[in-house]
Design a protein around this ligand. Structure first.
Ligand code: NAD
Ligand code: WQD
Length: 343
């Protein structure tokens, strides 16, 4: 059975492709490499010992997408392709609505044309906004995101819900990820942000490896045990495995499904810095700075629904996440740029 993975060369997509292949699925990737490197394809091939079929196309290019659907017997789509930088979405909202919303519309139209009506969508805990209390459950209202990126996820969710309601043949899974970190255990694929990282873990690893001086801890006056922000960090391999369960569920019975993918456990910024330091025996200098605009104090999942309905539970610990992120960073100080690995 063949799964089309949009954005399959990206951070979460590449890990999911591996888990899909190891579960017996055939995979086709479409990725325009706008936020990834073609080198990732070779790395996936080495891990899986298989040739990976991929198309270097934009999902908005309907001609190219039509060709992909014509050439492959696709049963379902896992749709990762999107832009994800929150700050950039505030500065360039149209770029985000164009890629993340128009991109999904273009994809869904082609799927409809080829009668492929099963889709797993990358949503985000950001759809819960600032007002819902943690632990967050899937039935909470999702009306207010803090930024244009978050609104693109809300609009996508709405659109996919409407589609599922319009035609019972559509099978739609909305997966709301919490904070993915970590990397594949080989240390050969991982998160490769462009420029200075926005997210905490890649910032920590780049400080630890000496590329950046120190971590800025964005505020220590939140109403949390140590005053710093609390998040639900989840290992990217656990997250990837959740997609395999989700696509199987969607293929078995056409419905609308919504699941949180998190651990249910909150850790603070200082917890993460200290665990990283201790696990890897490396210094991570930091300083407390002002809060970052738009951040909330606490965000963690209630993952019960995914456990009950998908039989999925996050298995890896914060120590696993810190160890694996560090192995990836040490082996690839400049990410996927050519000549990096094993130099
Ligand atoms: P990523 O940037 O590493 O991966 C996205 C991939 O999509 C990249 O390889 C990029 O080149 C590709 N892409 C983007 N626009 C495209 C287009 N128009 N056509 C073809 N390819 C395109 O991001 P990621 O961290 O792997 O995130 C994957 C998905 O999960 C995204 O939808 C993101 O919004 C969502 N998400 C991510 C996080 C997170 O913290 N990483 C959290 C919640 C949700
Ligand atoms: C985590 C914690 C920061 C950087 C974002 C998106 C969300 C989702 C995941 C896509 C917070 C603190 C961070 C730093 C810090 N992405 N921090 N210093 O903000 O929870 O979520 O990524 O869907 O939509 O908003 O993740 O890693 O940026 O921050 O102190 O240099 O670390 O304040 O408490 P966030 P993050």
């Amino acid at each position: 059975m063949t799964i089309l993975v949009t954005g399959g060369a990206g951070y979460i997509g590449s890990h999911t492709v591996i888990e899909l292949i190891q579960s017996g699925y055939d995979v086709v990737i479409v990725d325009n490499f706008s936020n990834s490197h073609p080198e990732v394809i070779q790395r996936i091939e080495t891990i899986t010992n298989q040739t990976i079929k991929y198309y270097a196309n934009d999902i908005k290019d309907s001609e190219a997408m039509r060709k992909i659907f014509a050439e492959n017997a696709i049963s379902a789509v896992i749709h990762f392709a999107a832009y994800k930088a929150v700050g950039e979405s505030v500065e360039q909202p149209l770029k985000y609505y164009e890629n993340n919303v128009s991109g999904t519309i273009a994809l869904l139209e082609i799927m409809q044309e080829f009668a492929v009506k099963t889709i797993v969508f990358s949503s985000s805990a950001t759809v819960y906004g600032a007002d819902n209390p943690s632990p967050l459950t899937e039935d909470m209202p999702t009306l207010d995101a803090n930024n244009p990126y978050g609104y693109t996820k809300i609009v996508n969710e709405r659109m996919l819900k409407d589609l599922a309601h319009s035609d019972p043949d559509w099978s739609v899974v909305l997966l709301r990820y919490f904070n993915p970190i970590g990397a594949y255990e080989t240390g050969t694929i991982g998160e490769d942000p462009n420029g200075i990282p926005n997210n905490l873990m890649p910032y920590i690893t780049q400080v630890a490896v000496g590329k950046l001086d120190q971590v800025s801890v964005f505020g220590n006056d939140y109403d949390t045990p140590d005053g710093t922000g609390v998040r639900d960090y989840i290992h990217v391999v656990d997250l990837a495995k959740g997609h395999v369960k989700a696509v199987a569920k969607a293929l078995a019975e056409a419905q609308l499904y919504i699941y949180n993918l998190g651990t249910g456990q909150g850790y603070s910024v200082l917890d993460l810095i200290h665990t990283f330091s201790e696990t890897n025996d490396v210094d991570v200098p930091y300083q407390i700075t002002d809060r970052r605009e738009g951040d909330i104090a606490v965000c963690y999942a209630d993952p019960t629904k995914a456990q009950q309905e998908l039989g999925w539970i996050a298995e890896k610990t914060l120590v696993d996440m810190c160890r694996d992120s560090w192995r990836w960073q040490q082996n690839n100080p400049n990410g996927y740029q050519a000549g990096n690995m094993n130099d």
